[in-house]
Design a protein around this ligand. Sequence first.
Ligand code: G3P
Ligand code: MG
Length: 245
Amino acid sequence: MTKPWPLPFWIAHRGAGKLAPENTLAAFRLGAAHGYRAFECDVRLSHDGRPFLLHDDKLNRTTSGRGPAGLLSWHELSRLDAGGWHSRAYAGEPIPSLETVAAYCRRNGFGLNLELKPNPGQDEETGRVVALAVRELWAGSERLPLLSSFKPAAVAAAQAAAPELPRGLLIDKARDSWTEEAKALGCSTVITNYALMDRAMVEAVHALGMKALVYTVNDESVARWLMANGLDGIITDTVDKFSPV
Ligand code: G3P
Ligand code: MG
C-alpha cells in the first residue's frame, strides 16, 4: 500500500538555508519567494512544553539568549531576537512557535518536514507532544507535516501518539539496523546524509515502500547524480541556486 506523501521534490532547509536566519518565518518567506513550496525546520520543547523552532540545544548561536533553550518558558523564548545574529535586516525577528508555522504553511498550502530535535533527555516527550500538537494544528488538512528525527525513540513516541502522521527516519552515519528501525516505525521515508545515498540505497528504501530523501545538497552535480539514481527528494540550503519551479 502506498502511504500518503506530503512533500514535493525540493525542500528548503531550515526555511531558506543560510540566506535568512534559520528556523524563522522570515526564512520561510524568503524560501517561498524563491519558489519553494515545502520546508524543513527543527522543532523542540520549551520548559513549559510548547513546541517551537530552534536547531541547537543552546540559544547562543542563533538568538540573543544564552544557555539551554529547554530551560526557558515559551513566554521568555518569544521575546528573544532570532534574526540579529544573521544580519541587521533581520534584527528583531522572533523565534516562531509551531502554531505560527502551522498558520503560515496551512494558509499557503505549503508542505512541511518537522525534524524533532529533542532537548537532552526529552526524546519521547518531544515526539509525543509535537505529534499531538500537529494533529490539532493541522486538523482537517489533506497535507500533514512529515515528522522525522535522528532519534528513533522520538519517532516511536510520535507514532504511538498520532499514528496517522507521516514519519521519517534520519540517518547520518551508516548502520545495518536502519531497515528494521524504519519498518518498525512505519516510516514513509528514510532521509540520509547525501553521502550515504546511491542507487543501491534508493532501491533498498523503495523496496520497503518508502521514499528516499537526502540532506543537505547544495552542489548541482551532486543533485543531478542523485536524481539520475531515482531519489525522491532533496533538502537544500541553496534556494537561490536550485529552482523547484
Ligand atoms: O532534517 C534534515 C537535516 O536538517 C538534518 O540535519 O543538523 O541540519 O538539522 P540538521
Ligand atoms: Mg534539521
